[in-house]
Design a binder for this molecule. Structure first.
Ligand code: 5GP
Length: 250
């Protein structure tokens, strides 16, 4: 995979952000590192980063077609996504259609209970405080976002949920839940950032409810990369696989 000869601006748990020649664009490198349990469980899985970059690129393209503002510009090489530069808002915006994961540990929902309307909640993206759940009052008091921005985030998240649920269902996958991150561009517009991949979503087979996402890793099971590859096979045409370098992923 090609080396990146650019200045590193930020290194996250699974992605690195590099400067580009343009002030309003950054290059995001999807790494093979995978973490869970608040960073307590860590591994490196070959091809994982490149597969997530492909899946994110395809899903961002679907959203752009639906009129959602995203940071996505282009997948320029395996695992290397060119994006608009954003001032990120430190919120993890979580949207759920089916009860799973931490919702079952914290509240008396039935496993696999349908959630209609979907539940949207906010976690504070802050390692020191272990990503606590927030409400609007805490977000406003901490100065993380304005009420207007929060309202717009909810509206955009519902649209993203509708668009992606429909697309994924047509390709055999249920969008159980997912996490989004937003930022503001130079003009102050709210823009979807980060990634949408099996690291940040729960994706189940529509018929068997088998999962094809990071829960496999969280549970300590084998077959994480194979599951992510299945998602690529389900949602991309052969032409799109060519465009997104899928056959170059070693
Ligand atoms: P839960 O709260 O059930 O653990 O997660 C709900 C959804 O949001 C899941 O799809 C999960 O992958 C995603 N999610 C929540 N928090 C994080 C996080 O800190 N990192 C990542 N990658 N995904 C998260």
């Amino acid at each position: 995979m090609s080396e990146i000869n650019k200045e590193l601006i930020y290194a996250g748990k699974a992605k690195d952000v590099y400067k580009t020649d343009k002030d309003d664009e950054v290059l995001i490198k999807f790494r093979d590192d995978i973490t869970a349990l608040d960073g307590g469980k860590k591994e490196t899985l070959s091809k994982k980063g490149a597969l997530n970059a492909v899946i994110s690129s395809k899903l961002f393209e679907i959203l752009v077609e639906a009129g959602v503002r995203t940071q996505y510009v282009d997948l320029v090489a395996p695992a290397q996504m060119l994006t608009k530069s954003l001032k990120m808002i430190p919120l993890e915006v979580i949207c759920r259609n089916i009860a799973a994961g931490s919702l079952l540990r914290k509240y008396p929902f039935e496993e696999k209970q349908e959630l209609n309307p979907p539940i949207i909640s906010f976690d504070y993206k802050n390692d020191e405080y272990h990503d606590p759940m927030l409400n609007d009052s805490i977000i406003l008091a901490l100065g993380i976002a304005t009420q207007e921005t929060l309202d717009e985030i909810r509206e955009m998240t519902l649209k993203i949920n509708e668009t992606l649920s429909k697309f994924l269902k047509e390709h055999g996958l249920l969008l159980v839940d997912f996490k989004l991150e937003y930022g503001l561009d130079n003009e102050g517009n709210l823009v979807l950032g980060d990634e949408i991949s099996p690291d940040t979503t729960r994706l189940w087979d529509v018929d068997t409810l088998e999962n094809f996402d990071k829960d496999i890793f969280r549970k300590g099971e084998e077959g994480v990369v194979e599951a992510y590859k299945t998602v690529v096979d389900l949602i991309l045409t052969d032409e799109e696989k060519e465009k997104f370098y899928v056959n170059q992923i070693e």
